[in-house]
Design a protein around this ligand. Structure first.
Ligand SMILES: [Zn+2]
Ligand SMILES: [Zn+2]
Length: 358
């Protein structure tokens, strides 16, 4: 018998979430697909959402980082089949509007498109992947078959944190032999560190207050030097490591005034900074002291057209993100997952969600 209801994680009000029942989604348009979520995660931005900082209007089904198996396809989709296992971008997009054509898919103006697990006031709303099933509008634009011989575990992060980390590296234009400083050794900072290597920098320096995360970076070989601001002066150390100049390229992966200021102080004259952090509060910057450094500062929401490239890099063995999966449990345990991941308990890097255990 076909399943009529499913379990979903619902955000009810700031600080309040619960595992509820909801109808299984149906195909609404010929360009839709329905996937059974085979693997998903809790993301740092979900923590922002339940903190009431992201403008998501409750009640809403959360989750935007996932892989799935196609169980239903709209009649207009002919390059996929039922049973295909797919990696999915965190943003749904139409592919036709002004912003889609500019590669700014998050800003797609189609009323059916936004980031999964979010909504905008009087705008689009998409149910998330912390659920048993998800409806994907314009699915063939952004779901990608998982190559033969690879699993959901290999590809889980391509649609969100790995794309974001990679975007940070692309934005700062790393040249071979340069020094790259990454501020924040959370999952996104780690994804920046492991993709920065693709450009052949001389050294990757990573900064975080959490020593266990720094230890992971060194153990996994994704950074050459780890600095903890609780123990050392970051600016002084970075200068010493870079002939007194400062880092050529800096990626800020936290999203706070303090860390963004550290980034702007630590970058060398003429260097570049990209912030991929997710900001919960306004930031004040003393541009009167920074403007003279000729720094390029960029920022942005995850681009979602790099998935094919990232999947190929994983296939080629150039990137491996499996070490981020420190915790794994079925959807049944997701409330505990929010506590452990959200409060950084038990050295949790990523809480990975397997299907609901019925
Ligand atoms: Zn995310
Ligand atoms: Zn669009």
């Amino acid at each position: 018998m076909k399943q009529e209801t499913m379990k979903v994680l619902v955000y009810h009000e700031p600080g309040k979430i619960s595992l509820d029942d909801a109808p299984v989604p149906k195909i609404l348009k010929s360009t839709d697909a329905i996937v059974k979520v085979t693997l998903s995660t809790i993301c740092g931005s979900d923590i922002h959402i339940i903190g009431g900082h992201a403008g998501v209007q409750p009640p809403h089904i959360l989750g935007h980082e996932f892989c799935g198996e196609i169980i239903e396809l709209g009649s207009a989709i002919n390059n996929f089949k039922i049973g295909d296992r797919v990696a999915i971008s965190c943003v749904a997009f139409c592919g036709e509007c002004f912003y889609c054509k500019q590669g700014l898919h998050y800003h797609c103006t189609d009323q059916d498109c936004t980031c999964f697990g979010t909504n905008r006031p009087n705008g689009p709303s998409l149910s998330g992947c912390q659920a048993e099933f998800v409806r994907l509008p314009y699915a063939s634009n952004y779901m990608h078959k998982i190559p033969e011989g690879f699993t959901e575990e290999d590809m889980l992060f391509v649609g969100d944190i790995l794309s974001t980390g990679y975007f940070g590296c692309e934005q700062v234009h790393i040249q071979p032999g340069e020094s790259v400083l990454i501020i924040g050794a959370g999952p996104v900072g780690m994804c920046s560190a492991l993709t920065a290597k693709l450009w052949g920098p001389a050294q990757i320096i990573i900064v975080d207050l959490d020593q266990s995360r720094l230890d992971v970076c060194l153990r996994e070989g994704i950074a050459d030097i780890a600095l903890n601001p609780a123990d050392v002066d970051i600016i002084k150390n970075v200068r010493e490591l870079t002939n007194g100049r400062g880092a050529d390229r800096v990626i800020e992966a936290i999203g706070s005034e303090t860390t963004l200021q550290t980034a702007l102080r630590a970058v060398r004259i003429g260097g570049s900074v990209c912030t991929v952090g997710s900001y919960a509060k306004p930031v004040t910057l003393p541009l009167n002291t920074y403007w003279v450094k000729n720094i390029t500062l960029s920022m942005g929401f995850v681009p979602v057209d790099r998935l094919p490239e990232l999947i190929k890099l994983i296939q080629a063995g150039k990137i491996n993100t499996k070490f981020l999966m420190t915790h794994k449990a079925p959807l049944n345990d997701i409330i505990k997952g929010y506590d452990v991941f959200g409060n950084k308990k038990d050295d949790c890097l990523k809480w990975v969600i397997t299907p609901y255990d019925r």
